[in-house]
Design a protein. Structure first.
Length: 142
């Protein structure tokens, strides 16, 4: 019985972590209720960045400030998704940095931030991954 309880607790923490990402996504998708605007330039920039796995992404006003935001959900590892965006962005002349975010959670949960800058434009990706499922909030600002 103790072994079953210890297995459920890490799973509950992972589910809680993924729920937090979902709440962030909902806030990002509350377009126009507060915050910025998704300009034509922002959308053009977003269209220049091929999404991981050919996903169809719909961008919305970023409530945190200027720019556009979207949410990517994929069956992949964090490394696969981060490598994709790092390669694509660096090939287009972006300066890319990736930072692991320390988390207190059960094994297997990965949290990372990718930041890419080119001139006055930026792309940020806040990514969480667990057990082959990736959830990433993507923001572009031309």
């Amino acid at each position: 019985m103790a072994a079953g309880a210890s297995t459920r607790r890490p799973l509950a923490l992972v589910i809680l972590g993924l729920a937090v990402v979902a709440v962030v996504a909902i806030v990002l998708f509350s377009a126009g209720k507060s915050g910025g605007s998704c300009s034509v330039e922002d959308l053009q920039l977003a269209q220049q960045i091929p999404p991981y796995g050919g996903a169809q992404l719909e961008y919305f006003d970023d409530p945190e400030g200027p720019g556009c935001a979207t949410q990517l959900e994929a069956q992949a590892s964090a490394t696969e998704v981060l490598d994709h965006y790092e390669t694509v962005l660096e090939d287009e002349g972006w300066e890319v940095s990736i930072q692991d975010v320390p988390v207190e959670s059960p094994g297997g949960l990965t949290v990372a931030d990718l930041v890419a800058v080119r001139g006055e434009s930026d792309v940020t990706i806040a990514l969480e991954s667990f057990d082959g499922q990736v959830s990433a909030a993507i923001r572009v600002d031309a």
